[in-house]
Write a protein that binds this ligand. Sequence first.
Ligand SMILES: NC(=O)c1ccc[n+]([C@@H]2O[C@H](COP(=O)([O-])OP(=O)(O)OC[C@H]3O[C@@H](n4cnc5c(N)ncnc54)[C@H](O)[C@@H]3O)[C@@H](O)[C@H]2O)c1
Length: 340
Amino acid sequence: MRTRHAAIIGGGAIHTCHVEALRHVPSVVLRAIVDIDGDKGKKLAADYGCQFYQDYREMLLDDVIDVVHICTPHDWHKPMILAALAAGKQVFCEKPMVMSALDVAEIQAAASAAERHVGICYQNRLNPSSLAIADCIAQNTLGNMRAIKAVLTWSRFGDYYTASPWRGSFATEGGSLLINQAIHTLDLMQWFGQGVSRLKGVVDNALHEDEIDTEDSAMATMQFNNGARGLFYASNCHVSDSPLLMELEFERGMLRLTDNELWQICGDERLRLACDASPDGVGKSYWGVGHQQAIGQFYRALDHAASEPYCGINEAAKSLQMVNAIYQSSLLRKWVNIIE
Ligand SMILES: NC(=O)c1ccc[n+]([C@@H]2O[C@H](COP(=O)([O-])OP(=O)(O)OC[C@H]3O[C@@H](n4cnc5c(N)ncnc54)[C@H](O)[C@@H]3O)[C@@H](O)[C@H]2O)c1
């Protein structure tokens, strides 16, 4: 197995999950950290024993670096992915891949032209509960799916937005609750329902009008490609970060994810199928537990592309389309069709 050299752009809240994950991937060296904040970046580079760059374009000139992790504000994702591909790097980018689904074709074309991989971090797909749900669906254990209901209630106030002013702005975050926090939930819903054909949704700013110009609450009703119906509610106005509540109803029973535990319920019978405890102790539990798995999977795919699946451009586009469609539906007050 060849040694790979990684660089991380963006040394903020999420980058520690990448650093820790890389420690568990065989034959990977963290070679550089990039941050526009020079003091922060130099300190991190000293802590990690790696090089520091303030300008990501200089880092891209280092031929030894072959994988670039993008952990920056959302408006930087598109230019950084395109520049990294043009420099011949493999790319692992935090969600969302870009801010608009209209940009996906350009990313796809650039990746194809460069013959490089672009992995997007939807680590919650690798939670034990998610894998157990996917398995149950694949095995048809409970019959046809009838509905998916998801409720995500988290708390984001004051410091969260002032600490990183790119948050809470359409220009730099591309939205807020939907594109940053709830996109993981939308991704899981569409994955379990085999894609969404249409949806009707509403967004609102209920408690953050003085802080941000984006939404803090959203709901949507959707039709999945497998025939099931979806109900989605999310809010950043709660007083704590509650674990995701998700229920999947099937002909012969239900799967319920609650308090990070997945239960199969058939009449009076309850069977615990999975528990999502953090294996590495890094990253808050509401981020999910899968950074190590998602990053490990991506690096294995670099060596064995044909046999190792990972969440790439096409998969990442699906939840982004849902986010864009909910904003559009909220404006138009109409159902919006989603065409893949
Ligand atoms: N997968 C998850 O569960 C998860 C959780 C949290 C955040 N995220 C994602 O991670 C990304 C970063 O979020 P965060 O919360 O860590 O943000 P943050 O504000 O905490 O950190 C961003 C960092 O990027 C740096 N930066 C900004 N512009 C830069 C540039 N042009 N060049 C180099 N560095 C630059 C900032 O100085 C800062 O250190 C976002 O895409 C976010 O959605 C994902």
